[in-house]
Design a protein around this ligand. Structure first.
Ligand code: APR
Ligand code: ZN
Length: 372
């Protein structure tokens, strides 16, 4: 048992409060991690702002990395001392989807209950009442106990912030391109919304050898960053005129139009734009998660007549144990400049300010740094 600091929301829709909590020792199949870094992802904001309802009280954060300090019964002791990225969807490794290699669709993940595999949390308040952990990893905490299958050791030389980003934004965006869509070399690729996830789509498109990479955003500063990461063309979106944005996307995507359009916002209007921008045979890849209950629409006849496709990409089709080390190696080789996504490092105490900036569309990736 140890005292830790963590960003807690009482329930979805309420501000975070930095609390001191008690963390129990890891049980069987669990790992004690001293957290080093946690990204502030738009999905955290969806929970914080009540767009997605999660049980509470709950420790926020799902894009994190840390150092393994101890392991519970049955876990390989060689993990102790390793630097690790955390997967926010620890697979059960037993369900049908895990068995067929689609761990991002696991139906038995402890992440579903925001607790450990036995359904209980290792975190309690001073009065003994339990506190949950978002997606079973709750990375906005100084220490955590997480499921063994969430822990992916990193090769030497990968900084904490980079490991944290591999845990969500990078895997979600790069994986959407190279795994879900399997973009071939030379393809024309459009990315609508270049926040942390969309910029990772841009990096993934460059890694895949895309011919054109068109970045689309309302914020010119984001387009500059996208160009820095490999976008060859930029489109400043018109918030009031979707048809104008679609025309600009088509013009920028080259003669045949875009082969792939990635939507990395989660907004029905931009999802419609992604589909409307497709030429016959083109593919829209939906990466951004909307608020609950939202619908997007498109005209059915030309969609079918033109043999277009829509793919949903969850977590970039990540098999964390295989893909995280690959992304880390690509970083070390200079082919995924992940650190360039980071535009701010902050203390846990400044989290609400970081959410304000993210809500305003001003931030690329802000990283909470946990002091050693
Ligand atoms: N047109 C173009 N760009 C837009 C529009 C719009 N109508 N609205 C927002 N954007 C841009 C913002 O300016 C910002 O650069 O989309 C980007 C969104 O980035 P972030 O807020 O940083 O979100 P991110 O963390 O990248 O997540 C994107 O993926 O995993 C999901 O839940 C997550 O739904 C969220 C999405
Ligand atoms: Zn995320």
């Amino acid at each position: 048992m140890r005292e830790i600091r963590a960003a807690v929301i009482p329930s979805s829709g309420y501000p975070t409060v930095i609390e001191t909590l008690n963390l129990a020792n890891p049980g069987p199949g669990e790992v004690l991690v001293r957290m080093t870094s946690s990204g502030v992802c738009h999905s955290d904001l969806h929970v914080r702002d009540g767009h997605w309802v999660r049980p509470g009280p709950i420790v926020m954060g799902h894009e994190g990395a840390g150092i393994v300090e101890a392991v519970g019964a049955g876990v390989d002791p060689a993990l102790v001392g390793r630097s690790a990225a955390l997967s926010w969807y620890a697979p059960c490794l037993r369900c049908r989807e895990c068995q067929r290699g689609r761990q991002w669709l696991c139906s038995g993940s402890p992440a579903l209950g925001h607790a450990q595999a036995d359904g209980t949390s290792r975190l309690t308040r001073a009065d003994g009442s339990p506190v949950l952990s978002y997606l079973a990893i709750g990375t906005m905490a100084s220490w955590q106990v997480v499921p063994e299958t969430a822990v992916v050791p990193m090769p030497d030389g990968v900084p904490a912030e980079v490991a944290a980003l591999i845990g969500c934004g990078v895997s979600t965006g790069v994986g959407a391109v190279v795994k879900t869509a399997e973009v071939p070399a030379g393809a024309s690729v459009v990315v609508i919304g270049v926040g942390g996830v969309g910029l990772s789509c841009v990096m993934g498109a460059k890694l895949a050898g895309a011919g054109r990479i068109v970045a689309v955003d309302l914020n010119p500063a984001k387009l500059d960053l996208a160009a820095d990461l490999g976008a060859t063309h930029r489109v400043l979106a018109d918030a009031a005129d979707g048809a104008k944005t679609v025309a600009a996307i088509r013009a920028a995507a080259g003669a045949g139009g875009p082969d792939f359009v990635f939507e990395a916002i989660g907004n029905p209007a931009t999802i419609a734009q992604a589909i409307a921008a497709l030429p016959p045979g083109g593919t829209a890849v939906l990466v951004g998660l909307t608020r609950y209950g939202q619908q997007a629409s498109f005209e059915a006849f030309p969609f079918v007549d033109g043999g277009r496709r829509i793919l949903g990409s969850n977590y970039g089709s990540a098999v964390a144990a295989v893909d995280f080390p690959r992304y880390a190696e690509a970083y070390l080789a200079g082919r995924l400049p992940i650190e360039r996504l980071i535009d701010r490092r902050l203390d846990l105490d400044d989290l609400e300010d970081a959410f304000d900036r993210l809500r305003a569309g001003q931030a690329a990736r802000q990283m909470v740094m946990h002091p050693a």
